[in-house]
Design a binder for this molecule. Sequence first.
Ligand SMILES: [Zn+2]
Length: 63
Amino acid sequence: MADHMECMCQDCGISSHFLVTDLSYDEAGPGERRLVQNLFCPECGGQLFVVGRVGEEPNYRTG
Ligand SMILES: [Zn+2]
């Protein structure tokens, strides 16, 4: 089964799950966002960045 990655829109903030094999993104340094190069937000068409692999602990806090 293929892995999914969680991606979030920089503009509207929604998160979406994509197959890792469908994604192309920059490898960023520590603390930098990995910007998705080939897909865009399904809601607003904005820039997406990779949050992390689905099922792992997220590296951001909510609430
Ligand atoms: Zn958006």
